[in-house]
Every structure is written in C-alpha cells, then in structure tokens.
Write a protein that binds this ligand. Structure first.
Ligand SMILES: Nc1ncnc2c1ncn2[C@@H]1O[C@H](COP(=O)(O)OP(=O)(O)O)[C@@H](O)[C@H]1O
Ligand SMILES: [Mg+2]
Length: 226
C-alpha cells in the first residue's frame, strides 16, 4: 500500500478561516474518488480536516483513521509524521511557519480570502518567499465574489503583478454549499440542494483537479459535473 515516492501537497496560510481545510478536504475526497492512495495529514491543531473526512468522529492525537481503501488520515498537530510514505500526501498545514517549513512539499497551495486579500497576500508572500525556494507556490483566491466585481478585478490585477508566485486563473466563489459540506462533513458535491447550483462545486473541483494534475495525477471530476 505504501511506496517510496510520495507527492506532497500542502495547504498553507498563517491566517485562519481562509479555506485551507475546504481545499484539503476536497483534494482528499477527489483523490479517493479517483482511487489514488492518499494520506491526509492534519497538522493544524484544530483537526477539522480529520473531523470532516471521518464525518465528525472524535479525534485524538497521532491516531490513524482508515476512511476507505484509498484514504488514510492522521491527526498530527504541529508536527509532521516524516516517516510515512504514500503516493499522495495532502497536508492541512499548521499556521505556524516553523512547523510548516518542516514539510518539503512538491506544491504549496495558499488560499487567500478576498475580504482582506491584498494584506493577507503580501504577508503570506513574505513568509513563503523566505523559506520555500524550489517549491511551487500557488495562490488561490477564495470568497472571490464577496467584494463585488470591481474589487475582484482590482485584486486579480494586483496579484498578477507579483511574479514570485503563481495565481490560479479561476477563483472560488462564496457559497453556502461549502459551509453545508463542512457542517455535514460530506464532499462538496454531496452538499448541494437537488440539482441546484453546480457553479461553486465546479469551481473547486476544477481547482482540485488542476492541483492533482500538477503533481502528476490525472483525475476525472464526479459524474454529472463533466
Ligand atoms: N468560498 C466559501 N464560501 C462559503 N463558505 C466558505 C468558503 N470558504 C470557506 N468557507 C467556510 O468558512 C469556514 C472556514 O473555512 P476553512 O476551510 O475551515 O478555513 P481554514 O481551514 O483556513 O481555517 C468553514 O466553515 C468553511 O466551510
Ligand atoms: Mg482549517
């Protein structure tokens, strides 16, 4: 079940509530759906990635949770279980950079909340450029439509001027679907009301499939979303 070469994706931001766990959980569920052997590591003390993946179980430190044949999760607050090898490892990072920098990822995803995107982007960029030489860094705009179209255009223009990191072309809109998925502990595609509103799910599935493609996994989105 394990193999020598792991592809490691981390989701990082020193700020809370920006969508780290949303992206990490969706990556894990999408990988599982595509039968990719995946290890989910919750380094964030909150442990809400594990609670989401286990559909609300009580969790304890360093425990392993076998979620399916393809998905294993470990709650390892503030430290990285370095010995574990898996084809795909998804890490919901600790907000503390000194913990986060112990992980050497292939790709570091940084969600930035649109509400204070510029300030958050600038500080995250500083932190990341100090310690992540050689690692792909991918900024993702979350809650993108909250400030309206003009704000969004301004933020995108500002981010595009930064050449140190990459910024995802698309964005994650603000959507009740994500909150429902989090509250119900289900994948985002199980949280929409019957046949309504596939836009937000499609956006995050596009993001997550492009992230997985970047580290070498070709995936298909769930049937019905193309
Ligand atoms: N685009 C969004 N639209 C609506 N709710 C969102 C969105 N992104 C995140 N949320 C909700 O905001 C809360 C914080 O998101 P979360 O992924 O837990 O952030 P973090 O892990 O960075 O603290 C959760 O309840 C989540 O469902
Ligand atoms: Mg979180």
């Amino acid at each position: 079940m394990t193999q020598a070469n792991s592809r490691i994706i981390t989701v990082y931001n020193h700020k809370g509530g920006v969508g780290k766990t949303l992206i990490a959980a969706t990556l894990c569920f999408l990988a599982e759906l595509n039968r990719i052997q995946t290890l989910a590591v919750a380094m964030d003390r909150q442990g809400d990635l594990i609670r989401w993946l286990t559909r609300g179980k009580t969790i304890s430190r360093d425990d392993l949770y076998e979620i399916s044949d393809y998905l294993l999760a470990v709650y390892s607050p503030n430290s990285y279980p370095g010995r574990l090898r898996y084809p795909l490892i998804v890490v919901d990072q600790s907000p503390a950079w000194e913990d986060a920098e112990r992980v050497q990822p292939d790709l570091c995803i940084v969600p930035v909340d649109c509400i204070d995107a510029i300030i958050n982007f600038m500080s995250a960029r500083e932190w990341i450029s100090i310690s992540s030489s050689g690692v792909g860094v991918y900024f993702v705009l979350n809650n993108a439509d909250v400030g309206g179209k003009r704000d969004l255009a301004f933020i995108k223009k500002t981010l595009a001027r930064q050449r140190i990191v990459e910024v995802w072309d698309g964005n994650i809109p603000h959507s009740g679907v994500f909150r429902r998925a989090y509250n119900r502990k289900v994948p985002v595609w199980e949280a929409s009301y019957a046949e309504q509103s596939t836009g937000p799910e499609e956006a995050i599935l596009d993001l997550c499939s492009s992230i997985l493609a970047r580290v070498g996994f070709r995936v298909t989105k769930r049937p019905g979303l193309g």
